[in-house]
Design a protein around this ligand. Structure first.
Ligand SMILES: Nc1ncnc2c1ncn2[C@@H]1O[C@H](COP(=O)(O)OP(=O)(O)OP(=O)(O)O)[C@@H](O)[C@H]1O
Length: 375
């Protein structure tokens, strides 16, 4: 299978009403893996359906490996696109065994070559001994791997994964994700994974495209979108954040945590974005002391909620699991590395206010830690 690059430009898709995707652009390098991350209803599945040819866009263009699949009057049929699609539920046929499911959809002549099923099963980390089992005799993770094997059977240059791991429990999810990545890399397939799980997006892909309300608000490497989010909302969506009001003065900013170094210069009213892992707990100091409000222990690490003396702000630190303080302890705080600041008047690309956001912003992930008030 040869790898194909994907180029999507000004893609607009609607279902009769206002556009669900609005002039969307995206490039995926040949053999690359892009995660499309966004809240529920932002248009992620619609993007995959347009790529697969299941929905006709109202505008824009889709090219795979230089071949136009969709543009103006051109609309290549789904079965002629060379694209494999794995849905959230796997969608296996209950009355067919694993072999029948994997071979389904192949031309009749090729279906006879049942010997090709074993290597495919091995490729996705399944024992060929399972070949005669029906889907109801498989675990959820095994079913997802069969669905992936079925998608790979046609040797597609492009594989689209629509939240294929979301119904699996944590351990199975990690193992299935790993097997999927390995299988895709071995085949050199260009892959787009849709997910609303930020950790999955950051670990799975070499490019992350963040979608809000039918538009990409940022596309970049996992480190870029996590470490240098385009807006406070992108920052909050990708992981826990505290957003503190501050005054930028070039390379430094003054806020409740003192004078901090900025990753990029800023001047005037700003919102300082700090991730819990950037807040370091030390021995109580004269510089900045906080009281531990609560501790949630997770094993490798712990989330520590803190209140600053003389302030109503609540802070959150992520600390190593072997150095966990107790509630009511007094601790010193430090922010040793440079932080990001956003102009506090800035309106993000999706038109919402650039203010600190609540835990379930836009139906997004919960657990976002805005620096809140006690009041
Ligand atoms: N067949 C359809 N007819 C009309 N509207 C639709 C159809 N499919 C999706 N939509 C609407 O399009 C919008 C985007 O839906 P889509 O499924 O692409 O979002 P998503 O980001 O994949 O969401 P989720 O994470 O919940 O799967 C939603 O408002 C949805 O209600």
């Amino acid at each position: 299978m040869t790898s194909a690059g994907i180029v999507i430009s000004e893609l607009t898709v609607g279902y009769g009403g206002p556009p669900v995707l609005d002039q969307v652009g995206l490039r995926v390098r040949p053999g690359g893996t892009t995660a499309v991350l966004g809240p529920s209803g932002s248009g992620k599945t619609t993007l995959l359906r347009a790529l697969a040819g299941f929905v006709r866009p109202t505008g824009g263009r889709i090219e795979v490996d230089g071949k136009v699949l969709t543009s103006g009057q051109t609309m290549i049929a789904p079965e002629r696109r060379g694209i494999g699609y794995v849905r959230q539920d796997g969608a296996l046929f209950p009355h067919l065994d694993v072999t029948g499911n994997v071979l389904f959809g192949l031309p009749r002549a090729e279906r006879r070559r049942a010997t090709q099923v074993a290597p495919l099963l091995e490729l996705v980390g399944l024992s060929p001994d399972l070949a005669r089992r029906r889907p109801d005799q498989l675990s959820g993770g095994q079913q997802q791997r069969v669905a992936l094997a079925r998608a790979l059977a046609r040797e597609p240059a492009v594989v689209l994964l629509d939240e294929p791991f979301s119904s699996l429990d944590t351990a199975l999810r990690a193992a299935t994700r790993e097997a999927t990545l390995t299988a895709l890399a071995e085949r050199g397939a260009t892959t787009i994974l849709v997910t609303h799980d930020q950790a999955e997006a950051l670990s799975f892909a070499d490019q992350v495209a963040v979608m809000f309300d039918g538009k990409f608000v940022q596309i970049g490497s996992p480190a870029d979108v996590y470490g240098s989010p385009a807006t406070p909302q992108v920052g909050s969506f990708l992981g826990d954040t505290m957003l503190l009001p501050g005054q930028g003065a070039g390379p430094i900013v003054d806020c409740e945590l003192g004078t901090l170094t900025l990753a990029e210069p800023a001047t005037g009213d700003v919102l300082v974005m700090i991730r819990p892992e950037q807040l370091v707990l030390e021995e109580p100091s004269t510089a900045l002391t906080a009281r531990v409000v609560s501790v949630a222990y997770h094993g490798p690490d712990a989330i520590v909620r803190l209140s600053l003396s003389n302030s109503t702000s609540r802070l959150v630190a992520r600390v190593p699991g072997h150095r966990v303080p107790q509630p009511d302890d007094l601790v010193g705080l430090a922010v040793p590395h440079a932080v990001l600041a956003f102009p506090s008047h800035r309106r993000p690309a999706d038109g919402t206010e650039g203010a600190p956001t609540g835990p379930d912003w836009r139906n997004g992930r919960v657990g976002t830690a805005s620096a809140g008030s006690d009041s």
